[in-house]
Design a protein around this ligand. Structure first.
Ligand code: ASP
Length: 285
């Protein structure tokens, strides 16, 4: 029915591997020369969220390229920041990315770290309570170590890393909300032992971060929990609204690629931008 009625299925489900299974099924149909339909996994249970990972990596990559004032308010000040942070390089290789909050059940975290581990010498630091529902799972840890990523776990932003609080060393901090929808009924008591204030940003914590560092969040924020209070929103390091906007573009790009029109979109863009417009520039001074 799907392949008869639709040109594409964007599937968001509580079942972890449903999109994957449907995609394999469509492949089978295709092999039998029957009509098949592309499936996009738009978030699967606590498992994976691949399109979010694409927009996240795009956002980090652009911010770490320092090539446009739009991507970072310090964008054109790369040399100045090199003076302040001599180890600063352009690009994702060698970067230190921190993840805070619900590491175990945050599907966006799982998908993003899988992509990040493909870059050279990437350090992935996980900052959360040492609780089986929240900490990095052993399967993910094994996957990352197999890809030679440096993986370390911390229980607070202030934990020591080479004589400094770990938050000072981050190039990027990926905040997440606690995924309450996955809590088993009897878990509340267990969670009440955890000091969650350790996993929330404050002005002081943000001020301790590197000036060019990027703070991300896959949204929605949990305003009751307050992992990122709105007072952080105007800080130069807060990139999460741009990240959300990039989500629209990353998904538009993916859909145009699947429908094989990405080349035409690029041609159209080139023609549009190279076309000299007569804006009466002399009058504008
Ligand atoms: N929007 C993201 C997701 O679908 C993050 C979240 O819900 O916490 O997984």
């Amino acid at each position: 029915m799907f392949s008869s009625y639709y040109d594409m299925v964007i599937m968001r489900s509580i079942t972890p591997n449903l999109a994957e299974c449907c995609a394999y099924m469509m492949n089978e149909l295709g092999r039998d020369s029957r009509r098949n339909t592309p499936i996009i996994n738009a978030g699967a249970g606590a498992d994976e969220h691949p399109t979010q990972a694409l927009l996240d990596i795009y956002t980090i990559e652009r911010a770490m390229s320092f090539f446009s004032p739009k991507d970072s308010s310090q964008g054109t000040l790369y040399e100045k920041f090199r003076g302040q942070y001599p180890d600063l390089t352009k690009g994702l290789d060698g970067k230190t990315i921190g993840f805070c909050g619900d590491i175990r059940r945050g599907r966006t975290v799982r998908s993003l770290i899988t992509l990040l581990a493909k870059y050279k010498n990437v350090k992935l630091y996980f900052i959360t309570a040492n609780h089986e529902m929240l900490a990095l799972s052993t399967d993910m840890k094994a996957r990352l170590l197999k890809q030679f990523a440096e993986v370390r776990e911390f229980e607070s932003f202030e934990d020591d890393l080479d004589g400094q609080p770990v938050i000072n060393s981050l190039d990027c901090l990926y905040m997440t909300r606690i995924q309450k929808e996955h809590n088993p009924d009897n878990l509340d008591e267990d969670f009440s032992q955890i000091d969650f204030s350790k996993y929330k940003l404050t002005r002081e914590r943000v001020a301790a971060m590197r000036e060019y560092a990027v703070i991300l969040h896959p949204f929605p924020r949990d305003s009751d929990f307050g992992e990122i209070p709105t007072e952080i929103d105007n800080d130069k390091r807060a990139h999460y609204f741009r990240q959300a906007r990039n989500g629209m573009w990353a998904r538009a790009a993916l859909i145009s690629h699947i429908f094989d029109v990405d080349g035409s979109v690029a041609d159209f863009y080139d023609a549009y931008t190279f076309d000299k417009k007569d804006y009466n520039e002399s009058a504008l001074g």
